[in-house]
Design a protein around this ligand. Structure first.
Ligand SMILES: CC(C)(COP(=O)(O)OP(=O)(O)OC[C@H]1O[C@@H](n2cnc3c(N)ncnc32)[C@H](O)[C@@H]1O)[C@@H](O)C(=O)NCCC(=O)NCCS
Ligand SMILES: Nc1ncnc2c1ncn2[C@@H]1O[C@H](COP(=O)(O)OP(=O)(O)OP(=O)(O)O)[C@@H](O)[C@H]1O
Length: 287
């Protein structure tokens, strides 16, 4: 059973929250098949990273996620969260020798950890949605954050008018609550309680709707349209409720790899949904 974290001891809350975030990242990594993404079985569309590198990155990031939760509990402003986030990115790049394994995840999960810290310390109601806390506490500051105009995401946002990681966060992570969590629930029901099937269902549901700047960067608007179409097709054919769903999903995985497409944003949002599940206890079963 996946009971919500109890936070009996506020001093231990940061450790619990950061640990839950790191576990969400490991669960995302373990999930297979995820179209184009890295898993313990293969490197998907990536020639510069593998599961061992992602695991190293997760281990290095956990203390920063703990630190972000503690900062949220101490009513930190966005400038403080940003300093921790930038330090986490630097540590990730040192651990991976320059490969961007978890940039989007540090940002989104980091903000959710800070919001969770605020609930653990009584600054926000325990039953509040973490996404709403991010929006109300830091949303305005996120919208006005300095933008690195050369980043892949910023170029895609400008060139294609995409929503990117920043807008997702500033608006309270609607993709986590309106897509990721309902799809995890649907996946559990369709598969008769198979946790990995539920994660695969959620991954496809997210690919089907997200403005994923990784897909735009690698495949342009045709790449994004292809990815969404393939994901929708899988879901409309029955998703993980279909006999042989794993083979179908693996076929889609291979089609993404052939086109060098990788929905890194969907992977990040899947990890965020798994984190929210574990700390808000929304599904009442482990996924
Ligand atoms: C805002 C961030 C994500 C940078 O964005 P930018 O567009 O410059 O980078 P980039 O293209 O690399 O995108 C970041 C990643 O977000 C993920 N992503 C892509 N699309 C989406 C989407 N629609 N929704 C959510 N995540 C997405 C992908 O994994 C992508 O790799 C962030 O890295 C940043 O500014 N960090 C500074 C530290 C900070 O302020 N941290 C806050 C507290 S933790
Ligand atoms: N399991 C996963 N497999 C692949 N990417 C993932 C996974 N989980 C999360 N991601 C996200 O995908 C992003 C990496 O994608 P990508 O390598 O395309 O980015 P990039 O370094 O900006 O571009 P490129 O490698 O094309 O130069 C990371 O920010 C990471 O958060």
């Amino acid at each position: 059973m996946n009971a919500p974290l109890a936070f009996m001891d506020p001093a231990a809350a940061g450790l619990q929250i950061g640990g839950a975030a790191a576990r969400a990242l490991s669960l995302e990594l373990d999930t297979w098949p995820k179209p184009g993404l890295v898993s313990p079985f293969d490197c998907g569309s990536h020639d510069d990273m593998d599961a061992a590198m992602l695991l190293r990155s997760i281990a290095v990031l956990e203390p920063f996620l703990i630190n972000l939760a503690e900062a949220g509990a101490a009513e930190a402003d966005m400038a403080t969260l940003r300093r921790i986030g930038i330090a986490a990115e630097a540590a990730m790049l040192r651990a991976t020798r320059g490969v961007n394994t978890h940039r989007g995840a540090i940002f989104g999960l980091g903000l959710l950890c800070a919001a969770c810290g605020a609930t653990a310390n009584g600054l926000e109601p325990k039953a509040a949605r973490l996404g709403n806390i991010v929006r109300s506490r830091w949303g305005a500051a996120i919208r006005h954050m300095p933008v690195d105009c050369t980043s892949h995401g910023a170029v895609a946002v400008r060139r294609y008018g995409a929503r990117g990681a920043r807008l997702e966060a500033a608006s309270g992570f609607p993709s986590v609550y309106e897509v990721g969590l309902p799809a995890l629930r649907a996946g559990l029901a369709l598969s008769g309680g198979d946790a990995e099937a539920a994660r695969v269902q959620a991954c496809f549901a997210l690919i089907a709707v997200l403005d994923d700047t990784n897909l735009l960067h690698r495949g342009g608007s045709d790449g994004l349209a292809f990815a969404r179409r393939e994901a929708r097709h899988f879901l409309e054919s029955g998703g993980v409720g279909l006999a042989g769903w794993r083979d179908r999903a693996a076929q889609t995985h291979r089609a993404f790899v052939e086109r060098h497409l990788s929905p890194g944003g969907a992977a990040d949002v899947l990890a965020m949904a798994l984190f929210v599940c574990s700390v808000e206890g929304r599904l009442q079963v482990a996924v």
